[in-house]
Design a protein around this ligand. Sequence first.
Ligand code: NAD
Length: 349
Amino acid sequence: MGTVNLENKTILITGVAGFIGSNLVKKIYQETPSAKVIGIDNINTYYDVTLKESRLNELAKYPGFNFIKGNIADKSLVMELFEKNKPTVVVNLAAQAGVRYSITNPDAYLESNLIGFFNILEACRQCDTLEHLVYASSSSVYGSNKKNPQSIDDKTDNPVSLYAASKKSNELMAHAYSKLYNIPSTGLRFFTVYGPAGRPDMAYFGFASKLVKGETIKLFNYGNCKRDFTYIDDVVEGVIRVMKISPDKKNGEDGLPIPPYAIYNIGNQKPENLQDFVQILCEELIQVDVLPKNYDLENHKELVPMQPGDVSVTYADIDTLERDFGYKPSTSLRTGLRKFAEWYAEFYK
Ligand SMILES: NC(=O)c1ccc[n+]([C@@H]2O[C@H](COP(=O)([O-])OP(=O)(O)OC[C@H]3O[C@@H](n4cnc5c(N)ncnc54)[C@H](O)[C@@H]3O)[C@@H](O)[C@H]2O)c1
């Protein structure tokens, strides 16, 4: 595997106003202040734009950070961005996320996740400074597999949502481009990332907002879902380690490149039951006075059937991540939800 030095290098990050992207920029500047980060985001209205703007405001304090408002589905814009900035590392996080939204708004997934990602690949193909393309995939590619934990060697050809299909397509497209044009690429299958200033469309955030308003929360699959909740700091630590080590470029016996291509899971390796998760979330929201001390959780939850597009269990096998990067996420759900609750209390006070 090759080493990629980030000192004084240009790093292009798409989806930079997003939850993972904005945290990644902060971490890059904590570790490598000499890096030049170019961030692009179309600041779409899928969820509260003020949250995206507040994340960007925090990034404005880094002198080496440049923000471009734009859509990665705009090919000429993407080409121009690459030509002008000549990135060494590209991290593609821009995507239409969310499983349930893909049932009602499929077009958004085609535009951002397929056309957008294709444009990134095309630009990478023509970028002679590029040393590593890292892109977000998702645990959703495991679909309705019954085997746990979920390993990168498992079959991933039975997606149960268009979102999952679009992420699997990204992995396949990256493979073809790695093979054809010798582009070192690494896909990361993230498992339910959570934390402060996270995504309001995700369950932990939506539950908090509903509980605060005294509304009832719905626990799908009658509360029997399990999720491998992975804390944001652990995820960005993993992404940075991966950025710095690229898959090797080698030729095969036929003289053609063996694709410098890799896929890793980034997950906490500890699936949590939804009922336990809600209990901890509620306790932590009480602790920061967002919910009253005598809050009656039992009266605010409803057990309902599974939703189309959802999977019942996610559970990451991260043996290869540990082997190649000497790293595994470790933040406990209690610690992570405490940080989320503290942020929530402050942001919405
Ligand atoms: N958060 C998770 O639990 C999780 C799990 C698995 C995979 N992922 C993937 O990780 C990536 C980052 O996720 P996140 O949680 O930070 O999501 P996010 O929605 O907070 O961030 C994505 C950002 O991309 C931007 N964007 C979307 N389409 C765009 C386009 N066409 N052009 C430019 N910008 C665009 C959005 O405005 C948003 O700010 C996504 O690819 C997502 O699918 C996230």
